[in-house]
Design a protein around this ligand. Structure first.
Ligand code: F6R
Length: 592
């Protein structure tokens, strides 16, 4: 989704903002631009292309008040005119915006019809600059605040005015973080654009704004009253957002998983009772998420129902929020989100809160909107996930769900056994990653037209995730199904050219999956079997075998997820895809 960065200080902010925009590329974008103050005029430079192109357009410019934006088109096609920043009609104000202004059409009509305003773009964002101009009577902050009273929707906004050495930003529903240094302030949609300059950050709360001036900043509410702000230390360094020798962030993040799994349980596993979720013996748990996080939540259902005997419902946030869900105040609602900014998940959790439910989050990004809204839960501590396709967050979410399960479980022997097994998991992941040869298998299937992923029970969500990963980054049609459902339809797609990735774990459904493999083999499908032990029957049925280390049923989706991530990665790489920024996708889906 759109990315925001800005600089206010004493240096030339243009290279700083351009570097910041480069860091935000991972969010996905289709155009980019900057605006800066130059002797009481605002200059704007934009492009429909990549940041590299933008850099070539601004090489000789200099300014210490600069705003920058990467746009992911929602209203209006991706082109030069619709790229941010947007100017007011009199060119006195420039703004950048992330989110959606829901009532922009009415506001635009009013300004056009009653006051003769002219609009240049098809975006919802331009109205922000025009409204500030409409209200402006010499006081930039006052006009900005009046604009806020008119707009509805979600926004992170940064604005500058040609006659004021001020930068003003505001947040409602879209994150904004200030980086604070002596004599300079940075702004970002997340801290990655300024992490090498400062680790001191202020995460703006909902309906807070910041007024930045030379050597000072004030945090206020939308009514103009000063509010409290806390400086937090960003818990990761520049290395977390660099590729460190890997060809892609996605590969780096796959290889980080031994460490990220450990980071998720470190400090909690020996003190499960300290997990900060107030629970009151919930009658039901409702897990709400989107995409990969939803698949992790599905694992949670198998896990918690079987071992802690609490009913679990798993909901896709975009569906949940628009039907009238039957909720009870005794429900525990848990949102799962890597970014903590997914609009549908955020709204679903707000709705549950309004209905009186106890809400918690399993979130990666600290200080994110979902983390703030929930105010209790489990952080993944997986570090920034830059590749658009989620990998390390998925396995950490399953670790976190296991921690939650141990927190809920009443059997002390079970807890001890699981904790011991969990502690062994990072080494098993490392061992697998050091010896895997999935590239060779991918070479054989790189031109396949359709891929089928099969799993059962707790590993069925891994089949879904395998298909999603492959679709996202290789653009190949792929489906995940419960292996037992295959004969109710998908089997019709199998012929001698079809790769069928089967997840086979030595658990209660092992024999069932074996018979499903026979069904595939009888239709001449090419089985790639991911299993934790090998025997003659598996050898006879499979074209390729990927052996993963043995672990308990509870953690098997974690170890099985890694080969499906690598398989998707190599198929995409062999097809020369843009792996870290696949077409049409954004990292944090902050709009519906
Ligand atoms: C898939 C992927 C998406 C996200 C989904 C939810 O690789 O990244 O499906 O999982 O958009 O995002 P979060 O977890 O940030 O709420």
């Amino acid at each position: 989704m759109c990315g925001i960065t800005a600089y206010f200080g004493e240096k030339n902010g243009i290279p700083i903002v351009l570097e910041g925009l480069k860091r935000l590329e991972y969010r996905g974008y289709d155009s980019a631009g900057i605006a800066f103050l130059n002797n009481n005029t605002i200059e704007i430079i934009k492009t429909k292309g990549k940041i590299q192109e933008l850099k070539s357009l601004v090489s000789d410019k200099n300014s210490n008040i600069v705003i920058g934006h990467t746009r992911w088109a929602t209203h209006g096609e991706p082109n030069y005119i619709n790229a941010h920043p947007h100017l007011s009609m009199d060119k006195s104000i420039a703004i950048i915006h992330n989110g959606i202004i829901e009532n922009h059409s009415e506001l635009k009509r009013e300004l056009k019809e009653k006051y003769n305003f002219k609009f240049e773009s098809d975006t919802d964002s331009e109205i922000i600059a025009q409204l500030i101009q409409y209200f402006y009577q010499g006081d930039f902050e006052d006009a900005f605040r009046k604009m806020l009273t008119k707009i509805e929707g979600a926004f992170g906004i940064v604005a500058i005015h040609k006659d004021h050495k001020q930068m003003i930003c505001a947040r409602k529903g879209s994150p904004l973080v200030l980086g604070v240094n002596s004599n300079e302030i940075f702004i970002g949609s997340d801290p990655s654009p300024f992490i090498e300059h400062t680790k001191d950050a202020i995460y703006l709360n909902e309906k807070q704004m910041a007024i930045i001036e030379k050597n000072s900043y004030k945090i206020k509410d939308f009514n103009g009253f000063n509010t409290q702000s806390e400086i937090e230390t960003i818990p990761f360094g520049i290395e977390s957002i660099q590729k460190q020798g890997f060809e892609h962030f996605m590969l780096k993040e796959i290889y980080e998983q031994a460490e990220t799994i450990q980071n998720c349980f470190r400090g909690k596993v020996n003190h499960i009772e300290n997990i900060s979720i107030k629970i009151n013996n919930p009658n039901r748990i409702i897990l709400i998420a989107c995409g990969t996080s939803y698949y992790a939540a599905l694992v949670g259902k198998y896990l918690i129902e079987k071992t802690s005997h609490i009913p679990v419902i798993v909901e896709q946030a975009s569906e949940f929020r628009y039907r009238q869900p039957m909720l009870f105040t005794s429900d525990l609602i848990i949102a799962l989100s890597q970014s903590g900014e997914t609009a549908d998940t955020l709204e679903a959790i707000k709705l549950s809160k309004k209905l009186g439910c106890n809400i918690a989050g399993i979130v990666n990004v600290t200080g994110s909107s979902i983390a703030k809204e929930c105010n209790q839960g489990i952080y993944l501590h997986a570090g920034p996930e830059i590749g658009v396709a989620s990998t390390k967050a998925f396995t950490s979410q399953i670790v976190a769900l296991n921690l939650l399960n141990l927190f809920l479980n009443k059997n002390p022997y079970y807890k001890l056994e699981m904790i011991e097994e969990l502690k062994k998991l990072p080494d098993k992941v490392k061992e697998f990653l050091e010896h895997q040869e999935i590239l060779k298998i991918a070479e054989e299937f790189k031109d396949s037209k359709y891929f089928l992923f099969l799993g059962r029970d707790i590993n069925y969500p891994v089949a879904l995730e395998g298909a999603l990963k492959l679709k996202e980054i290789s653009y190949n049609p792929a489906e995940g199904h419960p292996a037992g459902e295959m004969k109710h339809g998908p089997i019709a797609l199998i012929d001698s050219t079809t790769p069928v990735i089967v997840i086979l774990t030595k658990d209660n459904v092992y024999e069932k999956v074996i018979s499903n493999m026979h069904e595939v083999k009888a239709r001449k499908g090419k089985i790639i079997c991911i299993c934790d032990e090998i025997n003659n029957e598996i050898k006879e049925l499979s074209t390729h075998i990927i052996q993963v280390p043995k672990t308990s049923w509870e953690f098997s989706p974690i170890i099985n997820a890694i080969p499906i991530q690598l398989f998707a990665y190599y198929i995409a790489k062999l097809n020369n895809r843009e792996i870290d920024q696949p077409r049409n996708l954004a990292k944090a889906v902050t709009v519906e």
